[in-house]
Design a protein around this ligand. Structure first.
Ligand SMILES: Cc1cc2nc3c(=O)[nH]c(=O)nc-3n(C[C@H](O)[C@H](O)[C@H](O)COP(=O)(O)O)c2cc1C
Length: 383
C-alpha cells in the first residue's frame, strides 16, 4: 500500500466499502507466537489483546479480560526511573497472577541503563514479554523525553529498545503512534529500525498522531503499511470496538492481532464479542454482579483507600444504559467506600446475587502462590 491508500477509518462504516462484497476470512482464534531468535517465544492462543491503559489496566482488569477471552494482556505503563528509585512515593505492588499469562509489562523511560535494569526486574516478576511505551502523549511523560517524544528521537528510541532486548531473553515489543504531528509517517522508519536495529519482536501501532490525542480516527491504512515493512507481528490499536471492526482491520491490514482499549472499560462483554462473535448485551443484574466482583478484586489488590478513588470512574462505565440512569451513577461516585457501593448495588439489584454467588464459586482470587513483587506502578494517565 502507498501513502495514497484510502484511509481505513473504523469510526464510521466507510471501512465496509473497502471490504467490498467479500466477508473477510480471518480467524481471530488462530494461535501465533511472538519472539525471535535468542528469546523465549510466547505462544498466544488468539488474536485479541487487551490494551495497556494507565489508571485502568490493573490486575483485576487484566484477569477479567483474560476470563472474557483476551489472549494476551498488557499492564499499564510503569516508569523505569520509578523502578530504579523504588522507595519513592509511587512504590506499590505489581502482581502477576498465574492466570494472567501471557502478559507483557509495559515500561516507559529514556535511559538505556535504567531500561536494562528495569527489564531484569520485569523478568524476575514473571512476565512473558516486555513492552515499551513510545506513544503516550501526556505532557508529564513526553516532557521527560519518554512516551511519544521518542517518535521524534529515533536514535534514543532504538538505543532504549536495544538495551531492553539485550537485557533478558524475553521478547520485547514496542507500542507506537504514527508520529508526533498530524500527518506524520515517522512510524514507518522508526518501526523498521526498532525491528532491524534493536531486535524488537513485535510492534503495536495506534495510528493517531500524538497531537491528535484521541480525536479524529486511527487511520489503519498506516497499520497496513507497517505490516508490509516489518517481518514481526503487528498489533492494530485504535477504534476497534466490535467483532466486525476486528475482522475488518485484520483483513484489510494483514495485522497479526487487534488490541481493544476504551471499548473494554467497564465492558468485558466487548472483549467477549471480539473473541467469540457473541455480541450479547448483558442484563443489568449481570452488569451489577460483574461490577461487584471487580470491586472486590480491586479492594484486595490496592486496599480500601486507594480503591475508593480508583473505582469511581468504573461505576459509570459499568452501569451504562437506562436501567441505571444518571442519578444512580452519580450517587455511587460520591460514596465513601467500596463496601458502601457494594451494599447499595446489591440492595437495589437483589437479582444480581445468584450471578455474583456463581462468580464467587467459580472464579478464583489470586492467592499467595501467585507472584507478588514490589514494583512501583505508574501514576500517569493517558497513552
Ligand atoms: C485511559 C487510557 C490510558 C492509556 N494508557 C496507556 C498506556 O499506559 N500505555 C499505552 O501504550 N497506551 C495507553 N493508552 C492507549 C491505548 O492502549 C490504545 O492504544 C488507545 O486507547 C486506542 O485504542 P482504543 O480505541 O481501543 O481505545 C491509554 C488509553 C486510555 C484511554
Amino acid at each position: 500500500m502507498t501513502d495514497a491508500s484510502p484511509p481505513i477509518d473504523l469510526t464510521t462504516t466507510s471501512f465496509l466499502e473497502l471490504l467490498g462484497e467479500h466477508l473477510p476470512s480471518v480467524d481471530l482464534s488462530a494461535p501465533f507466537s511472538i519472539g525471535r531468535e535468542g528469546t523465549i517465544p510466547v505462544h498466544i492462543e488468539g488474536r485479541v489483546a487487551l490494551a495497556p491503559m494507565a489508571g485502568v489496566s490493573v490486575q483485576a482488569f487484566r484477569r477479567q479480560g483474560r476470563r472474557f477471552g483476551a489472549s494476551v494482556v498488557f499492564t499499564e505503563m510503569v516508569s523505569i526511573s520509578g523502578l530504579h528509585y523504588a522507595n519513592e512515593r509511587t512504590r506499590d505492588y505489581l502482581r502477576i497472577a498465574t492466570d494472567e499469562h501471557p502478559i507483557a509489562v509495559q515500561l516507559f523511560g529514556t535511559d538505556p541503563a535504567l531500561m536494562r535494569e528495569a527489564a531484569q526486574q520485569v523478568k524476575d516478576a514473571g512476565a512473558d514479554m516486555i513492552d515499551i511505551n513510545m506513544g503516550c502523549p501526556v505532557k508529564k511523560v513526553s516532557k521527560t523525553g519518554a512516551g511519544c517524544a521518542l517518535l521524534d528521537d529515533p536514535d534514543t528510541a532504538v538505543a532504549v529498545a536495544r538495551a531492553c532486548a539485550e537485557a533478558t531473553d524475553l521478547p520485547v515489543t514496542v507500542k507506537i503512534r504514527r508520529g508526533m504531528k498530524n500527518g506524520s509517517h515517522d512510524f514507518a522508519i522508526l518501526g523498521q529500525r526498532l525491528v532491524e536495529e534493536a531486535g524488537v519482536s513485535a510492534l503495536t501501532l495506534h495510528p493517531r498522531s500524538a497531537a491528535q490525542m484521541y480525536t479524529g480516527f486511527a487511520d489503519h491504512a498506516l497499520t497496513a503499511k507497517l505490516v508490509e515493512l516489518v517481518d514481526v507481528p503487528v498489533f492494530a490499536s485504535g477504534d476497534i470496538t466490535d467483532r466486525v471492526r476486528a475482522e475488518a482491520v485484520m483483513a484489510l491490514t494483514g495485522c497479526a492481532g487487534v488490541m481493544i482499549g476504551r471499548a473494554a472499560q467497564g465492558n468485558p462483554w466487548a472483549v467477549r464479542d471480539l473473541t467469540t462473535g457473541k455480541a450479547v448485551e448483558p442484563d443489568p443484574e449481570e452488569r451489577v454482579a460483574e461490577l461487584v466482583r471487580f470491586v472486590r478484586e480491586v479492594v484486595r489488590e490496592m486496599g480500601d483507600h486507594r480503591a475508593t478513588g480508583f473505582l469511581r470512574k468504573f461505576y459509570g462505565w459499568y452501569l451504562r444504559g437506562d436501567a441505571f440512569g444518571k442519578a444512580a451513577r452519580r450517587e455511587l461516585m460520591v460514596m465513601e467506600s467500596p463496601a458502601e457501593v457494594e451494599a447499595h448495588l446489591l440492595e437495589q439489584w437483589p437479582g444480581a446475587l445468584p450471578q455474583l454467588a456463581e462468580l464467587e464459586a467459580t472464579v478464583r482470587y489470586p492467592d499467595d502462590t501467585d507472584r507478588v513483587i514490589e514494583l512501583p506502578v505508574s501514576a500517569y494517565g493517558g497513552g
